[in-house]
Design a binder for this molecule. Structure first.
Ligand SMILES: *Cc1c(COP(=O)(O)O)cnc(C)c1O
Length: 370
């Protein structure tokens, strides 16, 4: 069943590259500790492989979004610190205690509920919590009026052990965006008057903006997986994924004809079209119709016609016949066409390309460290 002959496409995930990326981030970060963000199944790459690899590389703190993801991760990493970004929903508090998960408290209401839960436990060991201050993202976290109330009524934190005050930047991928400085100042002015606690402010991109954004704990995700933290500049990260689809059929075309649904591509000269076993049901974006590409060795082969559910068609006219046998692999994400390049052609970001990758791919984890 798991024989690679049974799959139409192969996704290779380079665990050594993830480790190198972690080490680069940790080396660039000037604070105390670099965590790993493994939400959404480690950005689609498989938390069951990625998280233990990071743990072995020295990463002891992890962030996920949902409680559910944290419970699963606890089963994989019995000793790690696991933080839940979305925080507790009403009635879910006991699961945090049972699985020793750190909730990120995103509102005064959440702080109140957590405190109430802790008091109801009669001295039972309760995990510490983080408090998320919204410094301008307007998404999760205490809004400014709630932060002010917390400052005026510090007793709201009595009996609550706070690990970190955290915040998150809205425009960290844009080095020069003045909002970064503005959000930093807002965070600084809040934490100055709140009780002295460790702080966590940066994801992947902010690590590269500068040390004033670092504080105590970094929370990178994307850069671990090879996404360029500073788009438009050279990518300091190693590529992690390679996606290869298998050739199912090659057609010689010598009369004018159209390719695929909607007849959106017209072949006008003598050429060859290869049909490859990857489609939008695999998370291969339909917006790559007539605009993405693959590579056979060093030869670029453009996607022609629409991406359909299970198939794409590529113009392989330039490729020598002997490289086009049925079953041969064509690179769809790889050394010549990386995660950011395909995302740009698809009209999205690398994050979405990674997390969209479906379950039909054969997943191969490569590592030289066993
Ligand atoms: C997803 C997320 C991160 C990780 O961001 P990357 O850009 O992937 O490094 C960090 N902090 C919070 C609050 C997040 O939601």
């Amino acid at each position: 069943m798991t024989n690679s002959k049974t799959f139409g496409a192969r996704l290779t995930i380079d665990l050594d590259a993830i480790v190198e990326n972690y080490k680069l981030l940790r080396g660039t970060f000037t604070g105390e500790e670099c965590a790993g963000v493994v939400k959404a199944n480690a950005y689609g790459l498989g938390a069951d492989h990625v998280a233990p690899t990071l743990y072995q590389a020295g990463c002891k703190t992890f962030f996920v979004a949902h409680l559910n993801e944290g419970i699963a991760l606890r089963g994989i990493l019995p000793e790690a610190d696991i933080h839940i970004l979305n925080g507790p929903l009403p009635g879910s508090e006991s699961y945090f205690a049972e699985h020793r998960l750190v909730p990120v408290l995103n509102s005064l209401g959440a702080i109140e509920a957590w405190k109430h839960f802790a008091q109801s436990q009669n001295g039972r060991n309760i995990p510490p919590s983080d408090i998320h201050l919204d410094s301008g993202m307007l998404r999760l976290g205490l809004p400014p009026d709630e932060i002010n109330r917390l400052i005026q009524e510090p007793e709201r934190l009595d009996g609550v052990t706070v690990n970190y005050f955290l915040s998150h930047l809205a425009c960290a991928t844009e080095l020069e965006n003045p909002l970064n400085q503005q959000h930093l100042e807002s965070f600084l002015s809040d934490v100055k008057i709140l009780p002295e606690t460790k702080k966590s402010f940066c994801g992947s991109s902010a690590i590269f903006i500068g040390p004033e954004f670092h504080f105590d704990l970094a929370r990178p995700g994307a850069a671990l997986y090879g996404i360029n933290p500073l788009p438009g500049r050279p990518n300091p990260m190693r590529q992690v994924v390679r996606l290869q689809g298998k050739i199912l059929q090659v057609r010689d075309v010598d009369t004018p004809q159209t390719v695929g649904y909607g007849a959106t591509h017209r072949v006008t000269r003598k050429g060859k079209i290869a049909t490859v076993a990857v489609g939008y049901a695999d998370g291969f974006f339909r917006s790559l119709s007539n605009c993405g590409c693959g590579y056979v060795g060093d030869i670029r082969v453009p996607i022609v016609g629409r991406v359909s559910m299970d198939l794409i068609t590529l113009d392989v006219t330039e490729v020598p016949e002997q490289q086009l046998q049925t079953g041969r692999l064509i690179d769809l994400i790889g050394p010549h066409y990386d995660i950011d390049a395909i995302a740009e052609d698809a009209g999205t970001i690398g994050y979405e390309v990674l997390t969209a990758m479906g379950s039909r791919y054969e997943r191969v984890y490569s590592s030289n460290n066993g």
